[in-house]
Design a protein around this ligand. Structure first.
Ligand code: GRF
Length: 193
C-alpha cells in the first residue's frame, strides 16, 4: 500500500512513523508523500531530511474546504495513494476526501481519550476540566469531527503540577508509540481481510 501523510505543524508524529517504517522493514506499505498546508512547517523540514517527496497545498489559496480537498484528492490520486494519515492536520476534512478513502483508509491521531475532549484544543480542555487522565486516540475519519471508529488508545495520568506544555509532551510520547503500529494493523487488515 502507498501511504500519504497530511501534516500542518511540527511533524513529530510523521517522523515517528518514518522511524517505525525504517526499524520494522516490511513489504506491506511505504510512505510515499507528505502534503502540507503551511509553507516551511516542521513536517516539511523533516520530509526534506528523510528524502520523502512533499507537496504544499495551501488552504489560503482556495475559496472553500471542498475545493481545497479536491486539490488534495487529485494529488493523492496522481501519486496512487491507498491510505491517508492525518498527523497533526489542522483542517476539517470534507466528504470529498472521506468518500475517496473508505473503510479506514483515512486515519487521524487526536490528543485525548476520545470520545472525551474532541476538537482542536483537546489538551487544554482536559486540563481545564480537571481531568485525572487523558491520552491519545488513533481513529478512522468520518464526517463528524473526532468521532470515527477507534483503532488504538493510550492513557497518561495528569498530575496537579501539569501544564499545557508538560501534558502535551507526555501525550505526544504516547502518540509516537501507538500511531505507527495502529496504522500498520489497519494496513494488514485491509491487505489480508
Ligand atoms: C498531535 O498532538 C496530534 O494529536 C494532533 O496534532 C499534534 C501534531 O503534532 N492532531 P506533530 O506535528 O506530529 O508534532
Amino acid at each position: 500500500m502507498r501511504i500519504a501523510v497530511l501534516a500542518s505543524g511540527s511533524g513529530s508524529n510523521f517522523e515517528a512513523l518514518l522511524h517505525y517504517c525504517r526499524d520494522h522493514k516490511q513489504g506491506l506499505a511505504t510512505i510515499e508523500l507528505l502534503i502540507i498546508n503551511n509553507p516551511g512547517c516542521g513536517a516539511q523540514q523533516r520530509a526534506e531530511k528523510y528524502n520523502i517527496p512533499w507537496l504544499l497545498i495551501n488552504h489560503r489559496d482556495f475559496d472553500s474546504r471542498e475545493n481545497f480537498d479536491d486539490a488534495i484528492l487529485k494529488a493523492l490520486q496522481l501519486a496512487k495513494i491507498d491510505l491517508v494519515v492525518l498527523a497533526g492536520w489542522m483542517r476539517i476534512i470534507t466528504a470529498k476526501l472521506i468518500d475517496a478513502f473508505p473503510s479506514g483508509r483515512l486515519l487521524n491521531i487526536h490528543p485525548s481519550l476520545l470520545p472525551e475532549f474532541k476538537g482542536s484544543a483537546a489538551i487544554a480542555a482536559a486540563l481545564a476540566a480537571g481531568a485525572k487522565k487523558s491520552g491519545c486516540t488513533v481513529h478512522e475519519v468520518v464526517l463528524n469531527v473526532d468521532a470515527g471508529p477507534i483503532i488504538a488508545q493510550a492513557e497518561v495520568e495528569i498530575q496537579p503540577s501539569d501544564t499545557l506544555e508538560s501534558l502535551k509532551i507526555k501525550i505526544q510520547e504516547q502518540e509516537h508509540l501507538i500511531f505507527a503500529p495502529a496504522i500498520f494493523s489497519k494496513v494488514r487488515q485491509l491487505v489480508y481481510g
